[in-house]
Design a protein. Structure first.
Length: 205
């Protein structure tokens, strides 16, 4: 069962925690780079992530064959779930918020004292959420880590691509990578997928 990403509610009262974090830093993190420790993922990124992952209430196998549910939550033994099981909407949101928290902490470990704009932080959280912390380690992503150490933001952006799953190129990951790079470089959160309208008026991505 899938829910429309636009219907996702994240259970966060206004103002968002990203806004609060920026206020505590006494700066606008969309205009000035700040210590990543002061940032949490924005609501815009949460919505973009939900669009990319979808919201599935039945456990399925992702393109790499891993049991997955909710908003791209990788099923773990502790979840006590198997393919075909269903969860509640509330469980999906709980999984999402916990996974986001882990991704945020992983990004903070990754960047160290490198200051970031809110949207740069968001893009890196999406990367970790999508590929896992292990795949952005110094051994697995040496160019990304070298760019971090050098403070080379353009080089960081160039390393945010991730196109394969189970050894095969996946178009969905290509588009997601383009979106991630656009978020990091331009604060552009929109979906880059081309929209096609057939002669009968049907819309498709």
């Amino acid at each position: 069962m899938a829910l429309s990403p636009g219907a996702v509610e994240f259970g966060r009262d206004a103002p968002s925690h990203a806004t609060v974090a920026a206020a505590e830093a006494s700066v606008d993190a969309m205009k000035y780079r700040v210590d990543a420790e002061k940032l949490t993922v924005s609501e815009a990124m949460m919505e973009a992530l939900a669009e990319e992952e979808g919201v599935m209430l039945t456990v399925y196998r992702d393109v790499a064959g891993y049991p997955t549910v909710g908003v791209g939550h990788l099923v773990r033994p502790a979840d006590n779930l198997k393919v075909g099981d269903t969860i509640t909407y509330e469980q999906a949101i709980e999984f999402l918020e916990n996974d986001i928290k882990h991704a945020e902490e992983a990004v903070k470990r990754l960047v160290g004292d490198l200051p970031l704009y809110q949207y740069e932080f968001d893009a890196l959280v999406d990367l970790v959420y999508n590929v896992g912390e292990g795949n952005v380690s110094a051994s697995e992503s040496p160019k990304l880590n070298a760019a971090m150490k050098a403070g080379n933001y353009e080089a960081i952006a160039s390393q945010l691509h991730y196109h394969t799953a189970a050894g095969s190129k996946a178009n969905g990951l290509v588009y997601r990578s383009e979106r991630r790079q656009a978020i990091f470089s331009e604060a552009a959160y929109g979906d880059p997928r081309p929209i096609e309208i057939s002669v009968s008026g049907e819309v498709s991505a």
